[in-house]
Design a protein around this ligand. Sequence first.
Ligand code: PAF
Length: 290
Amino acid sequence: MRTFTQISALRTYLRGLRLEGKEIGFVPTMGALHEGHLSLVQRAARDCDLVVLSIYVNPRQFGPNEDFEAYPRDLQRDLQMASSAGVDAVLIPTNEEMYPNGYQTVVQLPELGSLLDGTHRPGHFDGVATVVCKLLNIVQPDRAFFGQKDYQQLRVIEQMVLDLNLPCKIVMAPTVRAEDGLALSSRNSYLNDKERLAATVIHRSLCAVVELTVRGEKRPKVLEECMREILETEPLLKLQYATIATPETLQPAPEEGLERMVALVAAHVGRTRLIDNEVLVAETRFKDLS
Ligand code: PAF
């Protein structure tokens, strides 16, 4: 596995491989790798000839009172995991490489970027869209891989790629979960034992609405009420939102519901902010009976 801290060196390396006709898969990360990241690497290795992974804790996507300083960092462990998972090249850029003196440009999606997490973390998606746009321009991959856990991030990136005509296919891979259902996240390491247990209520609330939609229920009000009732049973959890949205726009789903919707939750458990989601597909067999 090759590691690069300089963008120009990575570009030179990739140029040769591209000329040989190799398809490049890209997995952008902020490090603190876990099974969720490795599943993206595996998918990239399956779909492409070569896998590039980036490790960069992007300061521009953290708010002033967020966990930029505390964000887990263990480069040696990450490099070992990446190498065992079959990554071919890792980019570990410095802040100076990414945002040199005089840097100005921001990529902003005023609609998708300002809803939900955008409301609770103002500016977050400007930071994400900007860094992902830069990384896609640096690596120029054929495909880039993102986890469903960060559903809004994925929609922001898909829309940006469409709007800016970036020649890259965005691939969504399923959320990887612990045995008790908690979505894997680098931030789970902040949770103590009690909080870790409490956090499982998020997935239970999502499973309940999946179950309801499978039984034919698709009224967002009913589904949201169901999620809230379950989430409110957990005293350690401070809910930010539990909502049923239109999968493409992330606007609230219409009153009568849709065949396909997405249930999204964000909450604090202790000082840790967690997000999760499930795509809901209404069961049409039951619709015929009503
Ligand atoms: O999901 C993440 O880890 C980050 O938001 C990303 C996509 C690597 C951009 O910094």
